[in-house]
Design a protein around this ligand. Sequence first.
Ligand SMILES: Cc1cc2nc3c(=O)[nH]c(=O)nc-3n(C[C@H](O)[C@H](O)[C@H](O)COP(=O)(O)OP(=O)(O)OC[C@H]3O[C@@H](n4cnc5c(N)ncnc54)[C@H](O)[C@@H]3O)c2cc1C
Length: 678
Amino acid sequence: MESIDYLAEERKKAEFNVDEMKIVWAGSRRAFEVSDYISKLVADDPDLSFIFIECHRGIQGFSKEERTMLPRKELFKNTLRKSAYSWKHIIDHQLSEEEAERLRYFVDEPAFIDSHLGVFIPAIKGQGTKEQLKKWLPLAYKMQIIGCYAQTELGHGSNVQGLETTATFDPRTDEFVIHSPTLTSSKWWPGGLGKVSTHAIVYARLITDGKDHGINGFIVQLRSLEDHKPLPGITVGDIGTKFGNGAYNTMDNGVLRFDHVRIPRDQMLMRVAQVTKDGKYVQSDVPRQLLYESMVYTRQALVTYASGALSRAVCIATRYSAVRRQFGSQNGGQEIQVIDYKTQQSRLFPLLASAYAFRFVGEWLKWFYTDVTQRLQANDFSTLPELHATTAGIKSLTTTATADGIEECRKLCGGHGYLCSSGLPELYAVYVPACTFEGDNVVLLLQVARFLMKTVSQLSSGKKPTGTIAYMGKIEHLMQCRSDVEQAKDWLKPSAILEAFEARATRMSVACAQSLSKFDNPEEGFQELAPDLVEAALAHCQLIVVSKFIEKLQQDIPGEGIKQQLEVLCCIYALFLLHKHHGDFLVTGYITSKQGLFANEQLRALYTQVRPNAVSLADAFNHTDHFLGSILGRYDGNVYPKLYEAAWKDPLNESDVPDGFDEYIRPLLKQQLQTARL
Ligand SMILES: Cc1cc2nc3c(=O)[nH]c(=O)nc-3n(C[C@H](O)[C@H](O)[C@H](O)COP(=O)(O)OP(=O)(O)OC[C@H]3O[C@@H](n4cnc5c(N)ncnc54)[C@H](O)[C@@H]3O)c2cc1C
């Protein structure tokens, strides 16, 4: 039977070509085609016809339907099955590395394989010598070994220098002895460690000849490759159930302890520093920051994932807001679609705009990361500090905004948003640790602040700032200029927006630097002023996102109405931030309160402009119903019958009379609690 599209009227209102926008969203026609093909491969799961996999309740293929209802052990086993099944797909369909990454993305289930491919392999690539790459990468790429990234300990995460695990060199046997000297030195959190990984990159204090040389990475085998049992001296397990149903509980985040475990000397990752046979510590000319290159890689990737996660929540909330009606029926007509309420628009449309903004800054960050890594190969390390600060800052900004945005989308869906079948609770639960892993978001902004303070302090020495901090080169102008906005529509000019964000960021950084200079001890000053420094760092990062969106619009973007829509979204993103952080712009003296009110007036007008296009802008994300995993966000908008249907699939509804009636409900009703066995 032909299905009805309940959102067809909304789709007819679009003032742009949705198919062309899908390509802009994907980054290129090729990227779109790969994503489209792989997402459908996963959603349709064609191999199911001949593969029979026995599983709890008959779950097969890439189904996600019952994930939030499964007990942890079954959930985890099912994830193992899906990972193996994905790997089989990758081999059977001879998928490229890019396609394989897309496949894992659309399978949409955190698993050990993510740590293996996403951090273990990049860590070896970034920190290993040529010989080490030759030995370990083929094994890892074929999954003959499975690895994880074991840095965080029970006692220390953010403070990497505080890690306690030791790697002491024994020149007699040419080995390192890996040891966990205290309870707090237990490795704690690494994904894939608990139950699956056979190997780990273990970060430990390198000790040779009684001297501590700081933290270094070591490849350590944890489990037998025959029976998967932990090797002698290794204690390893899962750290326990995490937040939410389903969600990140598919991942075996682990705990690991070492009791004097010996590994050969050549399992120390030696690109940055070496230990010779006689125990001499030799630092190479490669900067120590490269030790954390894999974190930089992961952080830039997390920015694109942020746009993906936010776009899912926004897609669900936008479609549902167009389906949902409340109040305002006249003469027996239909009630108002909740998407037409200005309050709904003022909460939803900035998130829609943010999803696009994060997409474009993610695209740019990927380019920047590639550019810096190419320079590194030519021993040019000049842009490495900027890359560190930028990936840290943009990861922090986008993941915080995305986690908050998903929760806002849940609220935008009212009561039904609280049901797991809306897809939003699980999306939030699975996403929110991104604010913590790969660096706590506040700690990351403090790193950006250090970079900014250094930049400001170097301005007087004549060092010309470049790249994302080039704007500081215009410090004299930016410290004294005033906004020339005279009416609301003047805020549509990219130059007006850009100067506002540059002036605000510069003034906040300079104010922090001036306050810092009053302290005799700069470190004490930094601690005291940390909240202001975090705000200055955020202002700088918001400027980057806004400026990259504006830069994107300067490119040639073909397609009917595409550029106009993106211009509207760009202005919504920037003016929403200006409205939200109104105080910053006022206090730093760049705008008057009247100009602030103009920004808000313009914002409201932009919401009206985006309204007819909202559903189509969400369609342009090209999410399949399988990937969205949401009844509220269904493409066809057929929400109510499907919600009703889904309720009856809950295990509680398997019988009319619940298990426990005889023991606990009947005695209550019959006033027999005194004799009941409770
Ligand atoms: C789901 C998940 C997966 C993970 N996967 C891995 C993995 O694969 N491998 C791995 O090694 N680790 C992993 N981790 C660990 C993760 O990297 C750490 O949790 C993270 O770096 C934060 O460190 P922490 O837990 O020590 O937080 P803490 O640093 O203890 O943070 C606690 C609070 O203190 C604040 N704080 C800390 N330092 C400062 C400071 N200098 N100034 C101001 N405030 C500060 C923070 O902002 C935060 O509010 C994972 C964590 C999670 C949640």
